[in-house]
Design a protein around this ligand. Sequence first.
Ligand code: FES
Length: 128
Amino acid sequence: LSKIEINLADVPEGKSVTFKWRGKPLFIRHRTAEQIAAARAVPVGSLRDPMSDEERCRNPSFLVVIGVCTHLGCIPIADAGDFGPGGYYCPCHGSHFDGAARVRKGPAPLNLVIPEHTYVGETGLIVG
Ligand code: FES
């Protein structure tokens, strides 16, 4: 399917849930207030692939990214690596991603990719 509809009520606060979209893993994280504040406090100019948290997460409570490492395509692990709960870690060659899935360390050249997505009503999300 080119588009999927997700019920955000299925993604508990503090968790990253993996869905499947166009044959790839799709990570949806329901961020805590603390995780949002930490991601928003990062100076954008210090980033390898500079993007503000506001640009990445239009709805600050949710992060929506394709779960494929931008280095060589492994699947990162949620809540692991230097950014602990809230981040992602790619075990293949050690790339660390922060609470907005921006690359902060390791060989990945770019942030995890954000697919087209639209929020619908209170709890709906369409990806694609
Ligand atoms: Fe992720 Fe190499 S594939 S660090």
